[in-house]
Design a binder for this molecule. Structure first.
Ligand code: AMP
Length: 141
């Protein structure tokens, strides 16, 4: 299974924010959209980083007045990005080893979606259920 198969099912919407915005705005967006990460983009909509709920927790643990801090100070800039042709199992291995749960996906230098570890687990469960059904049909003749 490839990343493009997951995005075909869930769509390519990516909620983004800019580095100059505040952590207050990040918290608001995460809560409003019920998501765990925002991709940080520049004025040209190019991904330049990611900020997740873990980054918010870290900022909050260091400063009780973290809401007014800028996204720039709390985001991760060393961004790992996937492509539509990436194999889901390889991506799952990378995400597990590097301990992150969100992977922005680009296609022709443009954001094409975001895949979470939850999306990957869901897709694999559906794939396994399909295989089980095929085998049951085969066994029953
Ligand atoms: P997460 O498990 O996705 O909440 O992220 C854990 C940490 O990894 C946070 O500091 C994130 O900013 C960072 N992170 C999440 N996704 C990525 C990614 N695709 N590339 C690089 N860092 C990431």
């Amino acid at each position: 299974m490839l990343i493009k198969h997951i995005l075909a099912a869930k769509g390519g919407t990516v909620i983004t924010i800019e580095a100059g915005q505040t952590l207050r705005e990040v918290v608001k967006e995460l809560a409003q959209h019920r998501i765990g990460a925002l991709v940080v983009v520049d004025r040209a909509s190019k991904p330049v980083g990611i900020i997740t709920e873990r980054d918010i927790v870290r900022a909050a643990s260091q400063d009780e007045k973290f809401y007014d801090q800028s996204v720039a100070g709390a985001m991760t800039t060393n961004l790992v990005i996937g492509t539509l042709q990436d194999d889901v199992r390889a991506i799952e291995k990378t995400m597990t080893e590097k301990r992150f749960r969100h992977l922005p996906v680009v296609d022709q230098n443009k954001l094409a979606g975001i895949v979470s570890i939850g999306d990957i687990v869901k897709a694999q469960i559906e794939e396994f259920q399909g295989e089980i059904q095929s085998l049951q049909t085969y066994i029953r003749g």
